[in-house]
Write a protein that binds this ligand. Sequence first.
Ligand SMILES: [Zn+2]
Length: 70
Amino acid sequence: MPRVRLFQMLEGGVEMNEAVRMCGTCGETKPLSEFYKDGKDKEGNVKYRRDCKDCYRITRLRARRMKRRV
Ligand SMILES: [Zn+2]
């Protein structure tokens, strides 16, 4: 039931008029404020990281631990 799902998304606090992006790691759709900016593209549009802040932090922590172990 797509309509019910859309309603639940709105209830969840994700506003439809807000720019959102799907995280490449957890696959969740989150507002752009949940992503780190990552420079600009050729046309001067702001680029965002592929992962949300949560996932970025987790990946960085993991990478640091791996380094320490090696
Ligand atoms: Zn994520």
